[in-house]
Design a protein around this ligand. Structure first.
Ligand code: BGC
Length: 486
């Protein structure tokens, strides 16, 4: 780690303002990337199941099949909840390491599975790791990131999710093309098992990452804080750490004392905002093109792709296009989040989602043949683009940045759990909804929900660009107090 590259001016300013204004050196990008390997696995492991499902040779009933697809989301909801108290107690780094180990174990068990029960258990285990990791990754980043780059550093999480989704499609495509005769044999095991590679790498590399300096300060571990800051290129004395820790604790204790709980009105308000944002992130339909898109599009190609393997390959090719659009568009979210801010990106993101979902719905309802496929693909692509720029990363970013350090782990975990639960519900409900009112109307429903999301963001999401995480908390306390007063 580059210890000479640094810009904190600890003699004149507190350790926290040193952290907030530090230059974003290579070490910061590296650490954010390491924190977000779980994001890659989140994307990989949730998307990969769709590619291999039809080749798994066990006799699964419809419940077990449904569980194989959606079980990871349910496991993630539980994993996220469990991670909260654990990370506030044992730290961010310890949990991130434990997650990497569970990810690796889950992937290996899925590859060597001997029966359906073992596979379902392995998938649940992976889900738990996905949830736990998604609960902590951006919270860890928010606790060391310089204020002006926190958005970008946190959006790496979203970027890694999108890369994980795309890589899962590409790898499945590659494996099926190279060894088509083993589709029902070794192929699906290899595809599921490959998730262990980044997990083991993350386990090894995460062992050397610093623990979150803000969390260490709150624990009174000043010598360790000094070391962690040193790894970020910020040299301070233990005494300076102690003084800053007192300042930080005093600010948090003041609110806590006044309200007799760590869960102050501002924290509750922030929690409500992130949870509702996350519910909208999911119920506006983003995972429909990802989970069901290949199948929906393959249906449109019907007749031209006989056989399970050919159909799977055709579906995967369409999925690769959508996955690539997602990765590229997330770059713009990354570029713009700290420039324009969270609010404008979210507002325009949901607006784009509403418009392009209607375009895709019109394609479904009024066209046939190639024009239909073209319009649906274009609609879905711009829908995903809008999500990727304004909604996906923004959700995971605010989840990490809006809570005070003493409850950040637990609050961020509750929010992540809500995200996963909403994800589960929409994935489960979609087939029934489609049957009841038809695909086009379900899409119109998603567009309507995106419009409601715009109203919600406009009314409740404050701008947090450029503020320190301590200032962000104050903004929510102010809003909560304002609401009470009015
Ligand atoms: C969402 C996932 C989604 C992904 C797509 C994430 O922000 O939480 O549910 O699959 O974005 O890029």
């Amino acid at each position: 780690m580059d210890r000479s590259a640094r810009s904190g001016k600890p003699n004149e300013e507190s350790v926290l303002s040193g952290l907030d204004s530090a230059a974003t050196t290579g070490s910061y990008w590296y650490l954010a990337l390491l924190a977000c390997v779980g994001g890659f696995l989140f994307g990989y492991d949730t998307a990969v199941i769709g590619s291999v499902l039809v080749f798994i040779p066990y006799h699964l009933g419809s419940f077990a099949t449904g569980y194989l697809v959606a079980g990871a989301s349910l496991g993630a909801a539980v994993g996220a909840l469990a991670a909260g108290p654990l990370t506030d107690r044992y730290g961010r780094k310890s949990l991130l390491m434990a997650d990497a180990a569970v990810f690796a174990l889950g992937a290996i068990l899925s590859a060597v599975t001997i029966n359906a029960g073992m596979l379902l258990s392995a998938r649940t285990l992976i889900g738990v790791a996905v949830g736990a990791d998604s609960a902590i990754a951006t919270a860890y980043i928010a606790e060391f990131a310089p204020a002006g780059r926190r958005g970008q550093l946190s959006i790496i999480q979203q970027w890694m999710i999108t890369v994980g989704i795309l890589v899962s499609y590409l790898l499945a495509l590659l494996v099926f093309k190279v060894a088509p005769s083993a589709a029902y044999g070794a192929d699906w095991r290899i595809i599921l098992g490959l998730g262990a590679v980044p997990a083991v790498l993350a386990l090894v590399l995460r062992a050397r990452m610093p623990e979150s300096p803000r969390w260490l300060m709150l624990q009174g571990r000043f010598a360790d804080t000094r070391k962690a800051l040193g790894q970020l290129g910020i040299e301070v004395s233990e005494e300076q750490v102690r003084q800053s820790a007192e300042q930080m604790a005093a600010a948090e204790t003041k609110e806590r004392k006044q309200h007799k709980s760590q869960w102050t009105p501002g924290v509750k308000r922030a929690l409500m905002v992130v949870c509702v944002f996350f519910i909208f992130q999911q119920i506006t339909g983003i995972n429909i093109p990802f989970y069901y898109g290949p199948q929906l599009l393959t249906d449109l190609f019907k007749g031209s792709t006989p056989g399970a393997l050919a159909a799977a390959i055709a579906g995967l090719q369409a999925a690769v296009i959508l996955g690539a659009v997602n990765v590229v568009a997330t770059y713009f979210g990354f570029r713009w989040i700290d420039k324009f801010g969270r609010r404008p990106l979210a507002l325009w993101g949901y607006a784009g989602m509403a418009v392009f979902m209607v375009v895709a719905a019109l394609g479904v309802a009024t066209l046939t043949g190639t024009p239909k496929i073209a319009v649906v693909m274009v609609g879905f692509s711009f829908f995903i683009t809008s999500f990727a720029i304004g909604v996906g990363g923004t959700g995971w970013l605010i989840q990490g940045e809006v809570f005070p350090t003493n409850v950040r782990g637990r609050a961020a975990a509750i929010a992540a759990s809500v995200n996963w639960f909403a994800n589960f519900v929409i994935i489960e409900a979609f087939p029934a909804l489609e049957k009841a009112i038809g695909l086009a109307w379900v899409m119109v429903l998603f567009a309507g929900l995106a419009v409601m999301a715009i109203v919600f963001v406009a009314r409740f999401l404050p701008e947090t660009k450029g503020l320190s995480v301590e200032e962000v908390v104050t903004v929510f306390e102010g809003q909560a107090a304002g609401d009470k007063a009015s």
